[in-house]
Write a protein that binds this ligand. Structure first.
Ligand SMILES: Nc1nc2c(c(=O)[nH]1)N=C([C@H](O)[C@H](O)COP(=O)(O)OP(=O)(O)OP(=O)(O)O)CN2
Ligand SMILES: [Zn+2]
Length: 144
């Protein structure tokens, strides 16, 4: 939910930013054990992304807030997640569950961050799938 307080990852970076955004997507979980979730259905996902770093870019940004939303919203909004090449119906690690979508969001963002000279890092993705269900994904990282 936008404007909620999120759990913070511990870190020693000087700057931390958080971006909230939402996207509406359909998905299904391709396993009979997922019950009714095996049927195509939709959610309005609420995401909060945490990015940190020690250096700002030439505009004084860690990263432009708008870019974070653009990377994810433009790709996933009003789509069937299972049809995106990031996901697969063959391998559970790539089914579009909340856990996996949160990880993919982190990976998409980190891939972009790696192109920036100030080298920010994605520390956390909080992804709410329903009013009662959410996942937090924190990429493994070194001692920073
Ligand atoms: N660990 C996970 N469990 C479930 C996932 C998931 O991605 N990871 N997904 C689903 C379904 O896709 C469903 O969209 C969400 O399930 P649920 O929280 O049960 O949704 P409800 O709105 O029915 O929840 P209530 O609290 O009962 O209203 C299922 N499990
Ligand atoms: Zn679902």
């Amino acid at each position: 939910m936008i404007q909620q307080i999120y759990p913070s990852p511990a870190h020693n970076y000087s700057y931390e930013l958080n971006k909230d955004f939402q996207f509406a997507s359909a998905h299904y979980v391709p396993d009979e054990r997922a019950g009714k979730c095996m049927n195509v259905h939709g959610h309005t996902y609420f995401a909060n992304v945490t990015i940190a770093g020690d250096l700002l870019d030439e505009t004084g940004f860690l990263i432009n807030f708008q870019k974070i939303k653009q990377l994810i919203h433009d790709r996933f909004d009003h789509s069937l997640l299972n049809e995106d090449g990031l996901f697969s119906d063959e391998n559970a690690e790539d089914y579009p569950t909340t856990e996996v979508v949160a990880r993919k969001v982190a990976e998409i963002i980190q891939e972009h961050l790696d192109t920036l000279s100030n080298k920010p890092v994605c520390l956390q993705v909080f992804l709410r799938e329903t009013p009662t269900s959410y996942v937090i994904y924190r990429p493994k990282r070194g001692n920073s």
